[in-house]
Design a protein around this ligand. Sequence first.
Ligand code: ASP
Ligand code: MG
Length: 467
Amino acid sequence: MKFGGTSVGDAACMRRSATIVSNASREFSIVVVVSAMSGVTNRLIDAAHHAKRGDREAGKALANTLRKQHFEALAALVLDESARFSVQQRIEEILSEGARLYEGTALLRELTPRTLDAISSLGERLCAPVFSAALSQMGVAGLPIEALELIVTDSFHGGAEPQVEPTRQRAHSRIDPLLKAGHIPVITGFIGATADGILTTLGRGGSDYSATILGAALDADEIIIWTDVDGVLTADPRLVSEARTIAEISYREAAELAYFGARVLHPKTLRPVLPAGIPVWIRNSFAPEKLGTKITAQGHSIGGGVKALTAIRDVALISVGGPGIVGVPDVVGRTFSTTAQLRAEVLLISQSSSQNDICFIVAKAHSQVTIEALRHEFAQDLAHQVVDHITMDPNIAIVAVVGENMRGTPGVAGRTFHCLGQQGVNIIAIAQGSSETNISFVVSDDSVKAALLATHREFGLGRSNGS
Ligand code: ASP
Ligand code: MG
């Protein structure tokens, strides 16, 4: 069971989450993964950037706030004085480690990815002992464990990749005996360590990934990701009021949704569970009576094939083109080797058949550097009008219609674009991968809501569709 930041956001939330664990522990062996209390990671990273500019106070001020926040939660959850005292000591140790990291950063005015990882891991490391003590107070034997001991990764700081075999060995040898002895390990999400023991992080929002890495390594029967929404929804309920929770969805569909911006899951979350087909649940820790969404290998097929919609908004459309590029063979290659060098993730590509124009989408955060790099790459061609424009449109969004059973179902694209046309939504670009599990299209940002409403209605996603 993984509990996200809001599910451990304060004492009341932690109590609710710990109760879920303690109830389930009557029937099952449970391993817990926790995120940092909500907002903590952002604040740790902010203070790190202050320290980098030479500010020696930001880290100290934050340590005081974090001490207070964790002590308060602890005081509300743990009545036993000696138990509380030992957790307080642990908190102090972690905070003083943090103080040294901030001091070093301020002194050198340098923040390496490795130091930033060490700093941003503090939130999970502070949270686990508190959550674990809350469990023990309820009479189930919590035991905090830092994932450095368990998850072995490469050394790509800020987005490290787990190594499956060593992780599996360590996880089993450390966790199996604890479970046998009736303990409930409470493991820090988000972090791992290289084979030499240097702390790494799995990337922002990476605790979901920690949960599936560990679930797969330990051959779990199920993984439950407890969050603050009811599950995977048919669309963003802030934009589509008829949106509803999907009962069952396939790995592939969930991955498409995560990739296209539905914020329920870290995009890499499902990778570790694919080989063994372990079901992953998304459930609401604030409403544990609801079943949530079950993510499985097969999903659960439904008639029309469309399962859900999603939109990504902080993106920009870049286009490279002009009549001169017709037949110039390397424009596509040079365009995308430029984005690759920048590590700018390309979310959608569309090319007209005459090669008059190649357009693609990147995150807004990458758009400026991408366009500058392209202008540099194509400087000669621009000068000789082989390429006549490299332009960017930031006021756009991608909408994706997702469903595994769309594959081989004729008419989905027709219905999608017909209903958009009827609503007067103009389509700027279209892409459908040959996997046919999603059709994505680009619209102006101010027509996202209309596009979602129209397609949601067209495919009857608001009705209970038996999925
Ligand atoms: N605390 C980390 C973050 O905020 C990891 C997580 O919450 O999943 O990115
Ligand atoms: Mg989080």
